[in-house]
Design a protein around this ligand. Structure first.
Ligand SMILES: Nc1nc2c(c(=O)[nH]1)N[C@H]1C(S)=C(S)[C@@H](COP(=O)(O)OP(=O)(O)OC[C@H]3O[C@@H](n4cnc5c(N)ncnc54)[C@H](O)[C@@H]3O)O[C@H]1N2
Ligand code: MOO
Length: 392
């Protein structure tokens, strides 16, 4: 079986299932999700010409006064009656400007003597300190496009646009399955031959950034029946993720167990380092990702395949990791016949790759805050050369 290029594998993975069904949630419960439809403004913002400052609404052409103060406009009130020549209206931040007024004289620049007002200091151009009706957005405008993510700023916009509830995709249910006879749960004793299982907690930590429902199915022995049964239990999830047992050794039983449970494999083996043995397929309604067991390989494939899959099922317009261009601060060797995803960190001088790129080197991995993505058959790179990085 020849090795599949990363981009092709990601596209095939997304092709295996459509985004999950839509649900409508209170805005506050939809934080971190992706919109299932365009969000259209239900109101003008601001709803009228509003004062941006505390002071007086006047006609700028009458500067520097004197004006006769005829009343007041405060936030929460409807539009006041029109301002006649020579008149001023006391006004506060967020209050509607009366028709006829075209500037706000801030109170620091005003001299008030009983009912009369004059201006001091700077000239007053028309429009000063007035936020025009619908200058932020107009009713009917598309505020947020389908597939965009709801963060804090988008929540503010949706609410000001008049929305209390928003359409998003149902959260994916993700089942995690750690395979290996050598594994014990985190914190448990490790007699000779045994190893704490770090992949599921690591993947759960990656997934903490995207809304999903986690089902940790625990550690499964390298035994065909036990693994097959675990796949049956996992089949109710939207995404099944296994780690380990993905390669070609005698104890690598994930593929046969997946098949025995009724799974259909779509691809296996990717042209990437680390992560070559990654596989994907479907089991009933669930999508399956079989990640390699090496902790670094599981981490890198989690970032390049699992998170994008969760985002795809969640309706994200851009499910793939965000890549940027950066300058290298340390040299890199030529790449081999797979694309390299090197663990690296961002120094003031540029990108520095961590000392060990072994797929079991977790101490080095934990120093990284980005991955350098390099294509197969790339020549050695020198400090100052540009590379593509994926911030972590
Ligand atoms: N003859 C070949 N051997 C290997 C190949 C190959 O192409 N031909 N590929 C290598 C590559 S690349 C990788 S990556 C590994 C992946 O193998 P598996 O997915 O089958 O993983 P395991 O053998 O089960 O485990 C590898 C390693 O990782 C440790 N591990 C597993 N699960 C966990 C966990 N949950 N937490 C922490 N550590 C875990 C496990 O103990 C092993 O040390 O295969 C190469 N071999
Ligand atoms: O692909 Mo493996 O992850 O190179 O060590």
């Amino acid at each position: 079986m020849s090795l599949l290029p990363v981009a092709e594998a990601q596209a095939r993975l997304f092709g295996l299932a459509e985004p999950l069904p839509t649900q409508t949630l209170p805005v506050g419960e939809a934080v971190g999700r992706w919109l299932a439809e365009d969000l259209v403004a239900l109101r003008d913002q601001p709803w009228a010409d509003l004062s941006a400052m505390d002071g007086y609404a006047v006609r700028a052409g009458e500067y520097p006064g004197p004006w006769r103060v005829t009343g007041e406009s405060a936030a929460g009130a409807a539009t006041p009656s029109p301002l006649a020549a020579g008149e001023a209206l006391r006004i506060f931040t967020g209050a509607p400007v009366p028709p006829g007024a075209d500037a706000i004289l801030i109170q620091e620049n005003a001299t008030r003597d009983a009912g009369m007002l004059t201006a001091s200091a700077d000239p007053l151009p028309a429009g000063r300190h007035i936020r025009a009706r619908a200058s932020d957005f107009a009713r009917g405008a598309i505020l947020l496009e389908r597939g965009s993510r709801l963060g804090a700023a988008q929540v503010a916009l949706a609410v000001l646009g008049g929305h209390g509830r928003v359409p998003v995709r149902r959260r994916p249910r993700v089942a995690l399955l750690s395979t290996g006879n050598e594994l014990v749960p985190p914190g448990a004793d490790t007699p000779p031959g045994m190893l704490p299982s770090s992949n599921a907690p690591m993947l759960a930590a990656l997934l903490a950034d995207v809304p999903c429902e986690l089902m940790d199915l625990g550690i499964v022995a390298d035994d065909l029946d036990a693994m097959t049964a675990a796949f049956h239990r996992a089949a109710q999830a939207d995404i099944i993720v296994s780690t380990g047992g993905a390669s070609v050794g005698d104890h690598d039983l994930v593929r046969p167990a997946f098949a025995a449970a009724g799974g259909r494999l779509d691809f296996w083996k990717i042209r990437m380092r680390p992560g070559k043995p990654l596989m994907a397929g479907t089991l009933g309604q669930a999508q399956f990702l079989g990640l390699p067991g090496n902790p670094v390989s599981a981490f890198v494939t989690g970032i390049l395949f699992l998170l994008p899959l969760v985002r795809h099922l969640s309706g994200a317009a851009h499910p793939l990791p965000f890549l940027i261009d950066a300058a290298l601060a340390s040299p890199l060797p030529a790449t081999g016949d797979r694309d390299d995803y090197l663990r690296a960190w961002r120094s003031a001088e540029g990108i520095v790759s961590v000392t060990s790129q072994d797929s079991a080197a977790t101490a080095a991995m934990a120093k990284a805050d980005c991955l350098i993505a390099r294509p197969a058959h790339a020549p050695p790179a020198r400090p100052g050369d540009r590379v593509t990085i994926l911030p972590l």
